[in-house]
Structure formats: C-alpha cells, structure tokens
Unconditional design. Structure first.
Length: 127
C-alpha cells in the first residue's frame, strides 16, 4: 500500500516529492482543505469588487483577473501586490453594471475549475 504525504507551504504543497502550487490545490487536484486561499472582501458595490487572497501570491489572482477580463460585461479586472514579499494579492473586478461583480467572480472560479478538471482528466489518460 502506497502512502501519500503532504508538506504545506504558504503557496504550495509537496505531495510525494512533487511541487504543486496552491492554485492547483484550489481546483481539487490535492485533497487538502487547509491550503485553500482565504478571501477578505475589502469593498463591494453594485459594479466593483475588491478582495484580498491569503495563501497565494500570483497563481489564483492572475487566473481570476485573466478570465474575468474576457467577459464582455467586465470593464476592468486585475490583481496587484503592494510589496511582493510581504503583502497579499488584491484582486479588483469592475463590471459595466449589468452583472454583479461577485457573480462574475463565482462564474470565473467555476470556469477555472472546469478547465482544471479537464486538464486533470487529459493528464490521467496519458498516465
């Protein structure tokens, strides 16, 4: 029987000696809930959502902003780090008013999960 072991770091997990970034862990590729990023809503209006993610530096914030800006009803989407070694990424999503930015975030996360699941299934076919 093969045993799996996990080593947690702030931005990744090492499973059986393989480095897995925390954004991959978010999408269910590693079955550990403790490494999920935490979200803190800083500002929410009918057109704007600003939130901070702890536990990830670039992976998930970059993915969220890239997928969000592709939506026709999103006017602006980006993430920023005030001081990379010490700060947590802040993500901004601004819509044209036709969609709630929180709904956009949920839609983007669902899209990213489907993409990661499809990639995982393709990799499993190869192995």
């Amino acid at each position: 029987m093969r045993m799996s072991f996990y080593i947690k770091t702030p931005t990744a997990v090492v499973k059986n000696g393989i480095y897995i970034p925390s954004s991959a862990c978010f999408f269910g590729m590693v079955p550990s809930m403790e490494i999920l990023p935490r979200i803190k809503i800083e500002r929410r209006t009918e057109r704007e959502l600003i939130f901070t993610l702890t536990g990830d530096q670039h992976g998930l914030p970059n993915l969220i902003s890239k997928l969000a800006i592709r939506k026709p009803y999103v006017s602006y989407a980006a993430y920023m780090l005030d001081h990379p070694p010490t700060s947590q990424p802040r993500v901004v999503i601004v819509t044209d008013g036709s969609r709630d930015p929180l709904d956009v975030l949920l839609e983007v996360l669902d899209e990213a999960r489907r993409y990661a699941q499809g990639l995982k299934e393709e990799l499993e076919k190869i192995l």
